[in-house]
Design a protein around this ligand. Sequence first.
Ligand code: SF4
Length: 349
Amino acid sequence: MKGQLPARISNIEERMLNSEGFQWGHKRRFNSYTEHIRKTFGGRIQKVVVDAGFTCPNRDGTKGKGGCTYCDNDAFNPSYCNPKEPLHVQIAKGIEFHAVRYRRAEKFLVYFQPFSNTYAPISRLKEIYAQALDYPDVVGLVIGTRPDCVDDAILDHLKELSQKTYIQIEYGVESCHDKTLERINRQHDFKLSEKVIRKTHELGIKTCVHLIFGLPGETSDDMFRSVRIISELPVDSIKFHQLQIVRGTTVEKEFLACPDDFHLFRLEEYITFIVAVIERLNPSIVIERFSGEVPPRLLYQPGENDGKYDPEKIRWGLIRYDAVLRLIEKELERQSTWQGRFYPGKDQK
Ligand code: SF4
């Protein structure tokens, strides 16, 4: 029985593939953001992160204080970003930073990443976005924010911009379960995320969603449920992150006090889990990331412990994303599987 399986899978696979590859138009086994961007712009595009000095309503006391329990913006703010420097200086430094490490791109997307990048009066936002778009060879903006930080005026402005250039909003959704959102102190519920995603899509603005796997209290069934819910929403792209235990955060304290509350993954478990996620994700959703990495100085470093948790579930957070991506693609290949194979409701293996 076991020996017949690969032949059956490869027949199905053959039907999924045409000369152009899978339904997303290439032969990689998932709807890849890199390929999507290459197709959209006809070449390599580099994202350049900027810090425009925004804050967040979950930090300044408007919605909450202390922020989401896992949050440390230093964990994802590159070294070349300094909010004290004008935007054009940050963009120039970002372009240079990438040029010495990778093949120089000819076009750029300015990525407003740290904190909530729509959290300011509309007049200021208009000015900041215009400055970024005015920089030579910038072909669009990617704007990270919270679902409760956009209103009609902001969305209308982004709609206007998106009719002329590439605009994508990235919403931190993190989980589709209110019990989790409450526990991590997000200060908004999932209903709001859903409403805002639908509205953004209706206005024709590209919408990306972040989900975190391993949040306290969540089982892997809860995580799969989030993937199923997002698959039914008008989402253009998605980023997955494993929960990182970042030093000095509330999550670090909670984890050390009660590690059993966290369903974290060893690297090999995560690869297996993420392949199952890919199989269940709507194939029309472009996947931007499968995992995150944090600078070594920020990741909690498990030392000798009392056996209460497995340090290998934390340490792999230091592995470079490219290496994790290679393992995922290898596993997709090994299993002869692909994105959306079990979508919708074609489960289970
Ligand atoms: S919304 Fe974002 S920036 Fe604000 S506290 Fe949460 S993770 Fe941090």
